[in-house]
Design a protein around this ligand. Structure first.
Ligand code: FES
Length: 157
């Protein structure tokens, strides 16, 4: 059973107070809940937010499903989002995603056996001039090579 921390509840209530339409508070609230739920939005998260925000579960689920930054499946400790849009692809982004998956013996969306990594291929993350790049949790890593990406991932604590 998922429940936000006291600080999380206070955050959601504050967000609700900021907007005329309380549905506008769904995105920041989902972000907060995702962080507190080990990086993903489970059905229990949706139920909890629905009760807390007095918004139908379906409305919250729609938002969580529409935006790719919300994970609807569990992810590893480090969620590795490799940009495979045009600029990154032209600079080896897709091959880099393949190399990371092969190195850690996973397919896209899987969690590695040690629980550390999930790799997702994503659309443009807005750092096209530093392609190829990846986002790991909240951090951007840019101007990568395949080897450098794996070295960064192996060094994460
Ligand atoms: S194409 Fe990769 S960051 Fe824009």
């Amino acid at each position: 059973m998922f429940k936000l921390s006291d600080e999380g509840v206070a955050f959601v209530k504050k967000e609700l107070g900021r907007y005329e339409d309380k549905k506008s508070a769904i995105i920041p609230s989902l972000f907060r809940a995702q962080v507190e739920n080990k990086g993903w939005v489970s059905p229990e998260v949706i139920t909890h937010l629905s009760q807390l925000m007095d918004i139908p579960e379906s409305a919250i689920d729609e938002v969580a499903t529409f935006y790719t930054m919300f994970n609807k499946q569990p992810v590893g400790k480090f969620h590795v989002q490799v940009c495979c849009n045009i600029s990154c692809s032209m600079n080896g982004g897709r091959e880099m995603a393949d190399y990371i998956c092969k190195t850690f013996d996973i397919q896209d969306g899987d969690i590695s056996k040690d629980g550390r990594y999930t790799v997702s291929r994503v659309e443009c993350l807005g750092a096209c001039d530093k392609a190829p790049m990846m986002q790991v949790n909240d951090d951007y890593h840019e101007g990568l090579t395949q080897e450098k990406a794996v070295e960064i991932l192996r060094g994460l604590k």
